[in-house]
Design a binder for this molecule. Structure first.
Ligand SMILES: O=C(O)C(=O)c1ccccc1S
Ligand SMILES: [Mn+2]
Length: 262
């Protein structure tokens, strides 16, 4: 089918409702959980603050508007390659220079929610990805790989979402080898439902934080705090995730959406 016919089919499917638009985005506001790094690692990102300019009042009789204090890496957000030191010298590595064609792509959804339910420190391995491919088909170059964990159901509570104790955060993610495998497959990026693209134990991996270190070194992207991956098929959905065009931006909150079939 040529591109014009494909777009016509997409338009028809959207109008008929046969193609569903799924919101993969968490609510963004002062209650949004943000990552907490141990003080020895460095500074932390502030929480969202909303400041009223006017609300149909003496400061603006007919209009309402606010200004925000908002970290780039807050809520459902996009990680650009320059976010990590290993990616900083890549071409087109900032939110304002990444080619727009990278923001719309097929999505592979690997469901490990049963494993995560019984082990919050679950790590996705190369063998597990290969097993998934044997069931659902090969991961194509130019596609996203999203790890379904149902972790988004925790994001009404900081404590539950960050899930940290005296030993640090306990949340799922990929092994370094799994990220290397996906890079070699040519993926656009790696997306998760947890607060960051790495597992809670990633600080002790080799290299530390491999989903950041290796994926951004390879000039690929990350998506964190995604929601409702449980509404997507293993293959067949199209992900739309465009960061704000922040000049020299290292990332940005996004309204992540998926086009899928009923
Ligand atoms: O990119 C993020 O939001 C994230 O997860 C992160 C940010 C800064 C430092 C470490 C991490 S692990
Ligand atoms: Mn981030």
């Amino acid at each position: 089918m040529d591109a014009k016919a494909s777009l016509g089919g997409l338009a028809a499917g959207l109008l008929s409702g046969d193609i569903e638009v799924v919101d993969l985005t968490a609510p963004l506001g002062p209650e949004t959980p943000v990552i907490y790094l141990p003080p020895q690692f460095g500074k932390n990102t502030p929480r969202v603050k909303v400041h009223t300019i006017s609300h149909y009042d003496q400061d603006g009789p007919f209009w309402a508007w606010n200004w925000l204090e908002l970290g780039e890496h807050t809520g459902t957000h996009f990680d650009a390659p320059c976010h990590w030191i290993t990616g900083k010298d890549n071409p087109d590595s900032t939110t304002d220079t990444i080619p727009p064609g990278r923001f719309v792509a097929p999505a592979n959804v690997i469901d490990r929610s049963p494993e995560v339910r019984s082990n919050p420190d679950y790590l996705l391995t190369v063998d597990s990805i290969r097993q998934w491919e044997s069931e659902h088909g090969a991961i194509e170059a130019g596609s996203w790989v999203l790890m379904r964990t149902d972790w988004y159901k925790r994001n009404g509570s900081d404590a539950e979402f960050l899930n940290a104790d005296e030993n640090g955060p306990h949340s799922p993610g990929p092994t370094a080898d799994a990220i290397s495998y996906l890079i070699d497959k040519g993926v656009i990026g790696w997306g998760v439902e947890t607060v960051g693209t790495d597992a809670g134990s990633a600080g002790g991996m080799d290299p530390p934080f491999p989903a950041h270190n290796l994926m951004h070194k390879a000039n690929r992207y990350g998506l964190a705090s995604l929601c409702q991956l449980d509404r997507l098929p293993p293959k067949g959905a199209i992900l739309i995730a465009a960061p704000l065009k922040i000049v020299n931006g290292t990332g940005s909150p996004v309204r992540a959406l998926a086009l899928t079939f009923r």
